[in-house]
Design a protein around this ligand. Structure first.
Ligand code: HEM
Length: 427
């Protein structure tokens, strides 16, 4: 890549391999104005600093999301057009809880959700996840071949997230479709029709979750929705007096929607890209198959090397000089996690896949600071089990000849292999 301007985030080339652009960005301009008022942040150190300063770089008002509408390309978001607002108004009203929240309200919501998703709480799902995963393997093991994305990596988190949240698994085709259509606003430049479709899907998903919340209010179960309808949010502090109130339905819908959407696709991308990297590094695959205790660090290296979430945004709340560049108030600041995770100043041989690197857990693939991924314990658990069970039951895993083109889904934000065709022998 000759110059930074050559990078087209929506082009096929940009999506397939953003890494040469990242390299140039880190070396030439780690704070780079990619479009008027849109700044990319590329170095590990700067991203870490920005993520830990929510007062300067805030998440509120949908800051995570870039605006790719119509011809605007990469642009500072504008208000949704009236026709989209009308569709969205038919669903539960939007609330800033997690991703689009800022302290102190964000901290209060987050502490409630943290209880349900702490490493200790999610560990109790271990036997259930093992069963889910074994059933999925049962379905393809006799064939000696599998298309890993559609038959495994997509279904593991989809099933797990439905169990942990408390949304019926038999509805999964519906909420998967709504989730994928509604996050298209993150993926690339949408036509008017696509933007309307994303809004409809978002409304349908919101109404569906609201129904689940109302029925959980009558009969709360031991799952995240059950926890949330029983929870009490810190509402006000008056001297030493603190008052609490239950969450309202739009607040619970906002939280559950984010868990459902973030929880199903990210882990899918991780499992499939990690499997491809292992196949391309057979000595590391062998090491892990011989010693399952290496799986957790292998999972971390997968998140570092091919970060499932490549980027999300913030707003600058004030004029700020950052990394030697003046960022004006109101600018959109894009945190390129995938770029930071390949920063040679932080990781030796950063472009190589190496499950044995010492500081692998210091990646920012789960973010950092107040918005650090709240599902990280669940993501780590299900990815670990997904590989443990797979390696217990199949061996000699190889690419199915002539079937793979290694293409990714059309998205600048997610790193998502479309398909991965494998062959294997029974262990
Ligand atoms: C490998 C899998 C995953 C990756 C790579 C990932 C990545 C991330 C990243 C980078 C953030 C930070 C967002 C920001 O800085 O604004 C984040 C936040 C979040 N993640 Fe994950 N995630 C994964 C799995 C999950 C799962 C399984 C769930 C739900 C069960 C989940 C739910 C969330 C939520 C709700 C937030 C927002 C937290 C907040 O703003 O306080 N994620 N994730």
């Amino acid at each position: 890549m000759k110059s930074l301007e050559d990078f087209k985030p929506f082009s096929e080339e940009g999506i397939e391999c953003p890494y040469p652009f990242y390299e140039k960005l880190r070396s030439d301009a780690p704070v780079y104005e990619a479009a008027p008022g849109v700044f990319f942040i590329g170095s590990y150190e700067l991203i870490n600093n920005a993520l830990r300063d929510p007062h300067t770089f805030k998440s509120g008002e949908g800051a995570a999301f870039l605006n790719f509408q119509g011809e605007a390309g990469l642009a500072v978001p504008t208000k949704n057009p009236t026709e989209i607002q009308e569709i969205l108004s038919q669903g539960p009203p939007d609330r800033d809880t997690l991703l689009s929240g800022d302290p102190p309200a964000h901290t209060r919501f987050r502490s409630l959700v943290n209880r349900s998703l702490s490493p200790g709480r999610v560990a109790r799902w271990t036997p259930v996840i093992q069963d889910v995963v074994d059933e999925l393997i049962d379905a393809f093991i006799d064939a000696g071949e599998v298309e890993l994305v559609s038959q495994y990596s997509m279904l593991v988190p989809l099933t797990v997230v439905s169990l942990t949240l408390g949304v019926p698994n038999e509805d999964r085709d519906k909420y998967k479709d709504w989730s994928i259509r509604s996050v298209k606003t993150l993926a690339g430049q949408l036509t008017r029709e696509e933007a309307l479709d994303a809004a409809r899907a978002s409304t349908d998903l919101g109404n569906y979750i609201a129904e689940r919340v109302e029925s959980a209010r009558k009969d709360p179960q031991e799952n995240v929705i059950g926890d949330l309808v029983r929870a009490h949010l810190l509402d006000a502090i008056d001297g030493d007096e603190k008052s609490y109130r239950p969450l309202d339905t739009p607040e619970i819908v906002s939280i559950v929607r984010q868990l459902l959407v973030a929880g199903q696709e990210t882990v899918n991308y991780l499992i499939s890209s990690l499997m491809l990297m292992l196949i391309r590094h057979p000595e590391q695959m062998q090491a892990v198959q011989n010693d399952f205790s290496l799986i957790p660090q292998m999972v971390e290296e997968g998140i570092r090397a091919e970060s499932p979430i490549q980027a999300l945004g913030r707003f600058a709340t004030k004029d700020v000089e950052f990394g030697g560049v003046m960022i004006p108030a109101g600018s959109r600041v894009v945190m390129l996690y995938g770029c930071a995770n390949r920063d040679g100043a932080k990781f030796d041989q950063a472009e190589s896949f190496d499950i044995f690197r010492d500081n692998v857990r210091e990646h920012v693939g789960f973010g950092a600071g107040p918005h650090y991924c709240i599902g990280s314990a669940l993501a780590r658990l299900e990815s670990r089990i997904a590989f443990e069970r797979l390696f217990s039951r199949i061996k000699n895993i190889r690419l199915a000849e002539g079937k793979n083109d290694f293409r990714h889904n059309y998205s600048f934000i997610f790193r998502a292999l479309k398909e991965l065709h494998l062959e294997f022998d029974k262990a």
